[in-house]
Design a protein around this ligand. Structure first.
Ligand SMILES: Cc1cc2nc3c(=O)[nH]c(=O)nc-3n(C[C@H](O)[C@H](O)[C@H](O)COP(=O)(O)OP(=O)(O)OC[C@H]3O[C@@H](n4cnc5c(N)ncnc54)[C@H](O)[C@@H]3O)c2cc1C
Length: 428
């Protein structure tokens, strides 16, 4: 039987108002199809609600695939398997690991559902590593006309690049065929370095490590650098996760020294230099993703590699001269290019730069002052994170945008899956 959740749906950071639509949790494809056909508009799939953009809100029906979380057989030759689209990545990883497999890469967290993560182009970091959507080899979905179809290497092959990053606009995905790899362990190292050193050596670190990223701590001239590399050495005991307490320390320094930047800088530099460095070995999925217990709002743009760090420097200069209220670290990563029509990494590698604001702080400056800098450097926004990209900009920045819009019209001619945001994007 289909269940209804009691509380109104809202996204993780609560940046969007609560949505009045009932949350439906169909337990079979038949129930899902009936649900789709019982509404003439505004049927919106949701994952874990970890996006900031209004991709989900609707007055009609929010559809959560909690009952679609199976793990199919893993082909020993291709290392591919059909996985339930509503399964959370952190539930899938241990199950895959038990069978000897893993996702090739993950982002900072793994609480997203599989379909939620792939549908917005979720990524981790690594010069030779693509985003999760590039690992999608097939999808099974219920389209806006209530048809159950498969897109992949057997059927509707020509649509696969469209279906990889689809914002829930082509249909409700029930299963995804993912490319997996044999399970592996990683050696994680974390250490502080000056901003100058980080910028001068970032390209080298990206070249020399499987995964490299850094967090620049505002008003400190210092970054925390993270690398992960494959190892077969024995696992070490895990480090205690101190990220939430660290974030609250940055906040209290901001609260007391907002207007005393030189003292804030001096104290921060000293504190970060005294932070213990990390040196741990464990299962890939356990080390790549971590918890984010302090809520925030975030804008992330994916920039052409040669301009990414220049953009970061301009954003840093703006924030350190105009926004003493910012204390969350900026994050810089690199992702390998792919060919999904709406992937921000379509056409080549990109450096991603993210700016975060504490959830109780103002974040309008991200739109007025930070976003123009990202756009000036040729950035494309993360589909799930704060941005004001218009339909005209999306068309100009994505060579295959019109191909996707045409496929959307073919699979959902009556616009059952559209909400206000998607209507503006695809039908403006
Ligand atoms: C704390 C935090 C950390 C994050 N870290 C990263 C990171 O490291 N890297 C990164 O790239 N992003 C990151 N994100 C962004 C996040 O990965 C994306 O916003 C992702 O889409 C969220 O997944 P979700 O399951 O919550 O999906 P939702 O946000 O619920 O939905 C996202 C999209 O997927 C669609 N969708 C969901 N289920 C289905 C389905 N079954 N069929 C069809 N469409 C569906 C929805 O309609 C919507 O368009 C982070 C977000 C947060 C809040």
């Amino acid at each position: 039987m289909m269940e209804k959740a009691e509380k109104q749906w809202q996204n993780w950071s609560r940046s969007l108002p609560p949505s009045p639509a009932p949350v439906e949790t169909p337990s079979s494809v038949q129930e899902l199809t009936a649900l789709m056909l019982s509404h003439s508009q505004g049927v919106r799939p949701v994952g874990s609600g970890h996006s900031w953009m209004p991709l989900v809100p609707t007055k009609h029906a929010i559809v959560k695939l909690d009952h679609f979380s199976s793990v199919g057989d893993i082909d020993p030759l291709t290392h591919q398997a059909w996985l339930g689209a509503g399964a959370k990545l952190h539930d899938l990883s241990p199950q895959l690991s038990e069978r000897g497999y893993a996702f090739r890469n993950l982002g900072d967290i793994d609480v997203q559902t599989l379909a939620g993560a792939t549908s917005t182009g979720t990524h981790g970091t690594g010069k030779e590593l693509q985003g999760l959507a590039a690992e999608v080899q097939g999808v099974r979905l219920v389209t806006g006309t209530g048809e159950q179809i498969e897109i992949g290497d057997q059927e509707n092959t020509e649509w696969l690049s469209g279906a990889r990053v689809a914002l829930g606009a082509l249909g409700i995905i029930t299963e995804i065929k993912m490319q997996l790899v044999e399970r592996f362990k990683l050696h994680r190292q974390v250490w502080p370095a000056s901003n100058k050193h980080t910028l001068e050596n970032a390209e080298r670190y990206w070249n020399e490590n499987r995964n490299f990223e850094f967090f620049y701590i505002p008003f400190s001239d210092t970054s925390l650098l993270l690398t992960h590399n494959v190892t077969t050495a024995p696992s070490t005991p895990p480090n205690e996760d101190t990220s939430a307490s660290g974030m609250m320390q940055l906040k209290s320094l901001r609260d007391s020294l907002k207007w005393f930047t030189p003292l804030r800088r001096w104290l921060l530099k000293r504190a970060i230099a005294n932070e213990p460095t990390e040196n741990v070995i464990g299962e890939s999925w356990d080390l790549l993703a971590s918890e984010r217990n302090v809520r925030f709002n975030e804008m992330e743009y994916h920039l052409p590699v040669e301009r990414g760090l220049e953009a970061l420097e301009e954003v840093r200069h703006y924030i350190e001269t105009k926004r003493p209220d910012v204390f969350f670290p900026f994050e810089a990563r690199q992702t390998k290019g792919d060919d999904a029509w709406l992937s921000p990494f379509n056409g080549g590698n990109r450096v991603s730069v993210a700016v975060h604001c504490y959830h109780k702080d103002a974040f309008d400056f991200l739109f007025t002052d930070v976003e123009p800098i990202f756009q000036k450097y040729g950035g494309r926004p993360h589909w799930g994170k704060l941005n004001s990209m218009t339909a005209a900009q999306a068309r100009a920045w994505y060579p295959d945008f019109d191909k996707f819009a045409a496929l959307r019209r073919e699979l959902d001619p009556d616009g059952r899956l559209l909400n206000g945001y998607l209507l503006d994007l695809f039908e403006a």
